[in-house]
Design a protein around this ligand. Structure first.
Ligand code: F0G
Length: 531
């Protein structure tokens, strides 16, 4: 059956344009098998091993088809695990949530529970976080409006029975120009204005905050929190917008707050006079961030900016959503890349490696203080929380935690080996390589801009945004190494191999990268693009 489909010619119907792009960069090869840190490419007379530094965009930290995960998958399927048993007890989902909590509690030194809502992909977990945050904001708005309405009615009663007067300052603060004599009439005018403001604030769309360079998915709402304009702007009318904050700019946070904040005046009686108290209106829905930006060019959040964001969000009552979809699950040496930064998320999103490279699964975690149980009734998915994915994810956690966390240490140690090779390259080719960034097995190598290159091929590739893909094509064809540029920062190649990556494969990558750097130094575009 496999061979029938492989050999039957036919029109290209599955994303034909993407196929053309892959073809032009020499990346349109077919992989027929994957094991450990190696993918096997189909050739005319068999298969060819390719060292995999792309790692399924960060989904196979433990390696392709890890034997223990495959064995668990077979066991589950052979045992007839009830994949579809929606709206029943899911003890395995509960165990998975408990195990995630146990590890998170250890890393954050806390014991506050995080409740889990499961989904199927990274973007879907982010969408769940967006929806949960908006449900919560809506409920906080309703609570605020109810509280002020109750206070207004008691002040109205005090004005009506003559125990409180309404001074001019109340009306002038609200921009009301009329000055009727009767206190009741004056208070009615003030209330009318307060109600108008409440309606205006309630009608405003929620405000999300996100970081410049951030990537949170490509679904309708999550793409609006993804910085790349190419992905985001065509769909801007579909969902609520974010304000994008540059890294390490706490001053901009304060500026955005001053520009966007909403204030609802609330009357109170002090010494027989009506006064106004300012109540903060919940405008800010959530602040989303990646502790190490992936798709945006492998950029680490500094511990200091993390602390500033945490303090800022606490002060304005805005939950922090830490997107660990790419950086998490042990890739940087801890379950959460954010925990060594001292960041405590109100929400977390996890996906990719959670499914062990086999199951398509994701989870959104919400800290008890922020959790709204009502969300469970208004959000669901046919496929989420299924027995197969939960059991596979439990096996992934078991493998990460085995031998007192040997896999985390291995991610750190392999990351160091890879990083020191990249750093040597940077030292040897400072004219070609701009930077080495990242942590653990989430590393990036930024090349200097080549849009003014003396070589027409290199120049055109750089100007067309395809430079990184040309490099990836060369590395694949000539060196049997698979890597990709980060799609929103195409001068950066990213390296996210599995913990199975060995010194031989790192040396193979080094040979390839040294070849690429030498060709760039020589501005030899013809050799770079050739087979
Ligand atoms: N959040 C982060 C931090 C991601 O890196 C990704 C995907 C997503 C959300 C969306 O997850 O693809 O499962 O819907 N990153 C891939 C990448 C696409 O290229 O880094 P998804």
């Amino acid at each position: 059956m496999d061979d029938y489909y492989a050999t039957t010619p036919g029109p290209e119907l599955a994303e034909p344009y993407l196929r053309e792009v892959l073809d032009s960069a020499g990346l349109a090869v077919e992989y027929v098998r994957a094991q450990g840190n190696t993918l096997y490419q189909r050739t005319d007379d068999g298969e060819l091993p390719v060292a995999d530094f792309a790692g399924g965009y960060g989904s196979v930290l433990l390696g392709h088809n890890h034997p223990a995960i495959v064995a668990r998958a077979k066991e589950l399927l052979d045992g007839g695990t009830p994949v579809h048993a929606q709206f029943s007890r899911h003890p395995y989902a509960n165990r998975l949530a408990a195990e995630l909590n146990r590890i998170i509690h250890r890393e954050l030194c806390t014991d506050e529970p995080y409740y889990a809502v499961f989904a199927n992909s990274g973007a879907e977990a982010v969408e769940a976080a967006i929806k949960h945050a908006e449900l919560d904001r809506g409920m906080r708005v309703a609570e605020l409006l109810e509280r002020t309405a109750a206070r207004r009615s008691s002040v109205r009663a005090a004005v009506a029975d003559g125990t409180a007067t309404v001074p001019d300052t109340v009306l002038s603060t609200l921009g009301v120009t009329a000055r009727p004599d009767s206190a009741a009439e004056r208070f009615a005018l003030a209330e009318e204005e307060i109600e108008r403001r409440a309606r205006e604030l309630t009608a405003r769309p929620p405000m999300f905050l996100s970081l410049e360079g951030g990537f949170h998915g490509k679904l309708a709402a999550s793409v609006q929190l993804t910085h790349n304009e190419g992905y985001r702007l065509p769909f801007a009318a579909l969902a609520a917008q974010a304000r994008f904050v540059p890294q390490d700019r706490p001053d901009i946070l304060k500026e955005i707050h001053a520009e966007e904040r909403g204030v609802l005046p609330e009357p109170a009686v002090v010494d027989g006079q009506v006064t106004l108290v300012e109540r903060e209106f919940p405008v800010f829905c959530a602040f989303l961030l990646e502790p190490v930006q992936g798709e945006g060019g492998i950029r680490e959040l500094s511990a200091e900016f993390a602390r500033e964001i945490q303090e800022f969000c606490a002060a304005i009552d805005c939950p922090v959503v830490v997107d660990e979809i790419q950086s998490g699950m042990g890739r940087t040496g801890t379950l959460l890349a954010s925990s060594p930064l001292g960041l405590r998320g109100d929400y977390y999103t996890l996906a990719k490696t959670l499914g062990g490279g086999i199951a398509k699964t994701s989870v959104m975690l919400v800290r008890r203080t922020w959790y709204r149980k009502e969300f469970e009734i208004v959000h669901s998915s046919t496929f989420a929380k299924d027995s197969f994915s939960c059991h596979i994810a439990l096996k992934v956690l078991e493998l990460l935690e085995a031998d007192d966390g040997a896999a985390y240490r291995r991610a750190e140690e392999r990351g160091e080996a890879l990083r020191s090779m990249l750093t040597r390259l940077h030292t040897d080719f400072p004219d070609v390589v701009a930077d080495v960034r990242g942590r653990g097995l989430m590393l990036g190598l930024e090349f200097r801009d080549q849009s003014e290159s003396a070589s027409a091929e290199i120049r055109q590739a750089a100007q067309g945004g395809l430079f990184g893909y040309v490099l990836a094509g060369h590395l694949l064809r000539r060196h049997r190494v698979r890597t990709f540029p980060t799609a929103s920062a195409v001068n950066t190649l990213r390296f996210e191999p599995s913990v199975e990556v060995d010194d031989t494969q790192i040396a193979q990558l080094e040979t390839g990268l040294r070849d690429v750097c030498a060709l760039l130094r020589a501005q030899d575009g013809a050799a770079l693009g050739s087979a």
